[in-house]
Design a protein. Sequence first.
Length: 91
Amino acid sequence: MKLDISARLHLTDEEKERYADQLSAVFDYIGMLDEVDTTGVAETCQVTGLEDVVREDVASECDEETRKKIIAQFPAKVGNLLKVKAVFTAE
């Protein structure tokens, strides 16, 4: 499995086998799209007409008192950092 090298992942042999099977199933499913007749269908990347309305991801400043209150109420800290649950897990 070369994907682990390209993505700079460090996978065990067991993980490589499991993920190879899972990715193979995903690619097989995606391959079914080759069978769809799209003659006369205009190319598009989305069909709803909706536009992105998410705000720009920028840091916001707060006064020192507010900052101290937030830090004091946060359940887990590592030094001056606030610890949150992992977004990705190995399971």
